[in-house]
Design a protein around this ligand. Structure first.
Ligand SMILES: Cc1ncc(COP(=O)(O)O)c(C=O)c1O
Length: 412
């Protein structure tokens, strides 16, 4: 690692451990300003526009490899029309929380539409996926309960579990025997919840759901699955991981998704039975003590859901793109980890190499952000590139050529 990268990685990550608040903020602001002003590490870049496959920075058009808009729905004409019409009719704000003035017919249509798509009795919409996980887990479980998490579960799941006050245990990533052992060791808890990601956001692999659910049911525990990176993308009709594995939707007790990924929008959702959803509507603090999702965003998400249901050509194109892109990287010898999804990581390990690679990519006109500690453990730096249905074959070739150049330059 070069000395500047060392300062960034060590300096910034050690700061939160400092005790004295004023000293901590002082040291932090110096480190932060030197990082931002250096223009050597790419955080908080002010983009002029973003679509699934393109962006513009300082007037320069760039290829986007870091957008969650997997199906290009955020840039779809029908979706944009629904948003424009709703904003003209309803304005920006709903003026209150869902409990009071913030619920509209469109919020209800989205909840009903999503529950029907997912195959559950009910659904409840939150302002973000983070909010959905945080509020659901911390509302439904508490002191005296047990929450078991996969080591690679998303941060919002960890934060929800911590906020709940329940006892937390972790098990080795996607390891069925390790989960069985934790459940065996924790038999004394009456309420046990196991939370899984359907597709893990830092690796891109799929949860071994059928085997995991078998163990969960055998031990009389409850299950929750975060489908942020899989809804609309896997399963014959895009209904997610249960459809992908031919399971029953009711095999899982609590379903969660984010509208910020394949819907190209904003918001989150918990789907399950009526009583679960009603309970969150009354006791979910992140739901009742927060203004509701703007109607325009809700209308856009509803339009995106309707397209997702009827048009499977985007999903088909996405998987063709993923196959071509991943194969190209694998052929060059890059380590794309165990990716089985539109999340295609490029594992590097060394933080310094990741930072250098980001600079070269930037110069090549490719927008991709390095993932370094604390987003991932130290010495496991990677790029988490994302493929979408909007990428053309030429754009994918352009990306692969850029990576090939880098591989030669950095001798990776
Ligand atoms: C697996 C997973 N769950 C939840 C979230 C949070 O979703 P949102 O961005 O809608 O807050 C993310 C976001 O990246 C995620 O990757």
């Amino acid at each position: 690692m070069d000395s500047f990268s060392k300062v960034i990685v060590n300096g910034l990550t050690n700061i939160p451990k400092m005790k004295d608040f004023r000293k901590k903020m002082n040291v932090f602001s110096q480190a932060y300003n030197s990082v931002i002003n250096s223009n050597l590490i790419y955080w908080y870049r002010n983009l002029e526009y973003v679509t699934g496959s393109q962006t513009s920075l300082n007037g320069k058009k760039m290829l986007m490899l870091d957008s969650y808009d997997y199906l290009g729905l955020g840039d779809d004409q029908e979706v944009k029309k629904a948003v424009s019409e709703a904003v003209l009719k309803h304005g920006l704000s709903t003026g209150g929380s869902r409990l009071l003035t913030g619920s509209t017919i469109i919020h209800e249509q989205l909840e009903k539409g999503y529950a029907e798509f997912k195959g559950t009795e009910s659904a409840i919409v939150f302002n973000s996926g983070y909010d959905a996980n945080l509020t659901a887990i911390s509302t439904l479980f508490g002191k005296g309960d047990l929450i078991i998490l996969d080591k690679h579960d998303h941060a919002s799941i960890y934060d929800g579990a911590r906020l709940s006050g329940a006892h937390i245990e972790r098990f080795e990533h996607n390891n069925v025997d390790a989960l069985a052992q934790v459940l065996e060791d924790c038999k004394e808890y009456e309420n046990k919840l196991v939370v899984l990601d359907a597709i893990y956001s830092s690796v891109g692999d799929i949860a071994k759901l059928p085997e995991l659910i078998k163990v969960i049911k055998k031990n009389n525990a409850l299950s929750m699955v975060d489908e942020a990176h899989c809804i609309g993308l896997i399963g014959k009709t895009g209904r997610g991981i249960d459809e992908h594995f031919g399971m029953k939707t009711e095999d899982v007790d609590i379903w969660m998704t984010s509208f910020g990924k394949a819907f190209g929008s904003q918001g989150g959702c918990i789907a399950g039975n009526d009583s679960l959803v009603s309970y969150l509507k009354v006791f979910g603090r992140g739901f009742i003590f927060s203004g509701s999702l703007p109607v325009a965003i809700t209308a856009g998400t509803l339009a995106a859901l309707n397209i997702m249901k009827r048009d499977l050509s985007r999903k088909k194109k996405l998987w063709e793109n993923v196959k071509h892109y991943k194969q190209g990287l694998d052929d060059m010898g890059f380590d794309t980890m165990n990716s089985e999804s539109a999340i295609v990581p490029i594992f590097l390990g060394n933080e310094g190499i990741a930072i250098k690679m980001a600079r070269i990519l930037n110069n090549e006109g490719i927008f991709a952000c390095p993932y370094i500690f604390p987003a991932v453990p130290q010495n496991t730096a990677r790029f988490r590139t994302l493929m979408t249905s909007s990428h053309t074959r030429e754009e994918i070739e352009f990306a692969l050529k850029g990576f090939e150049k880098i591989r030669k330059k950095l001798k990776i």
